[in-house]
Design a protein. Structure first.
Ligand code: HEC
Length: 295
């Protein structure tokens, strides 16, 4: 663990300011940030998770992560082992000015963990009153097995009844891989009709089981070829931001820097290296958790 602390097993989506109101996510979405061994070693070797390192950085930019580094942001949703759970589903609704938090989404599925011991085909075909009822193994999921995990999940989901033996299902994941200097930005999210639409295209036939139920999008840049801003987001994380539906991973992560308190509002397009925005910051090679953790 790069940062340590059981409070980082699951974390809550931050409350954000929308106009004069605070927007608080009402669904029990929980996230975690994970560094692969290459990325973690880089953070440790250069002492990047430490405030004094970043504060004293005369170059105003940290040592670049090595090729092969991977960072992840996983998004989990708790499911009681003895009860059906409603999961909001994103169908690409029009952007609302105040953002599109999950409670505004028009559809949900019911995740039914009964029969979790008998593997199903992962097929999603049961419709009850127009609502898909989905078995647990249509998701990548795991069982809560330790007290620390349960405590973290109880706190973030605001659900004191979660217990050892309950599940967390993976509803989405952000993946950044340092294959190119600006990283490659990939995101996946669960959908009950994973074979429809542009985000279903190109899924390799070799993917099996629950992995086939996730849609995927990927980007290498903040702009499209014609120079106009490119939108690319994960509905479970970014749709709730004002203009989040039009957000772009790289556009926001470019601005990751020690000395920044805010990653919002959503910006579009790229920020140039000589932009005054960077003048009072130490850039953290596009890794936000470093910038925020050390503040
Ligand atoms: C408006 C800003 C914003 C946008 C847009 C955004 N992110 Fe992030 N991202 C963050 C912040 C802030 C964190 C740090 C969370 C924390 O540790 O509190 C983060 C964390 C991450 C992490 C963990 C490593 C790190 O940088 O801390 C990954 C991987 C990631 N995001 C990928 C993506 C991908 C892929 C997309 C696009 C689909 C995306 N992000 C869109 C703000 C953004």
């Amino acid at each position: 663990m790069v940062f340590g602390g059981i409070d980082r097993i699951f974390r809550e989506l931050q409350a954000i300011k929308v106009g004069d109101l605070m927007e608080v996510e009402t669904a029990p979405l929980m996230f975690a940030v994970i560094f692969d061994p290459v990325a973690a070693k880089h953070v440790t070797d250069h002492r990047l998770a430490r405030r004094d390192t970043l504060r004293g950085d005369a170059d105003r930019v940290v040592a670049e992560f090595p090729r092969g580094a991977i960072t992840l942001k996983s998004i989990w949703f708790p499911v009681h082992r003895d009860r059906a759970t409603e999961l909001p589903i994103w169908d690409g609704e029009a952007a609302r000015r105040e953002g599109n938090p999950t409670r505004t989404w028009s559809r949900h599925v019911v995740v039914d963990p009964s029969g979790a011991d008998e593997p199903t085909s992962g097929a999603i075909d049961e419709l009850i009153d127009g609502v898909h009822h989905v078995p647990l193994d249509a998701f990548i999921y795991r069982t809560l097995t330790s007290r620390d995990e349960v405590l973290a999940a109880q706190r973030v989901a605001r659900d004191p009844t979660l217990a050892i033996g309950d599940y967390v299902i993976l509803v989405g994941m952000h993946i950044s891989t340092k294959e190119i200097p600006d990283w490659v930005w990939t995101t996946v999210w669960w959908h009950d009709r994973p074979d429809e639409g542009q985000y279903a295209a190109g899924r390799p036939a070799s993917l099996e089981g629950a992995a086939r139920s996730y849609l995927l999008d990927i980007t290498f840049s903040a702009n499209q070829r014609d120079g106009t801003p490119h939108a690319m987001m994960n509905p479970y994380l970014e749709a709730r931001f004002p203009d989040g539906v039009h957000s772009n991973c790289l556009s926001c992560h470019r601005r990751a820097g020690f000395g920044t308190l805010e990653y919002l509002p959503v910006t579009r397009g790229d920020t140039a290296p000589d932009d005054p925005y960077f003048a009072d910051k130490v850039q953290t090679d596009m890794v936000w958790s470093l910038a925020l953790e050390a503040r």
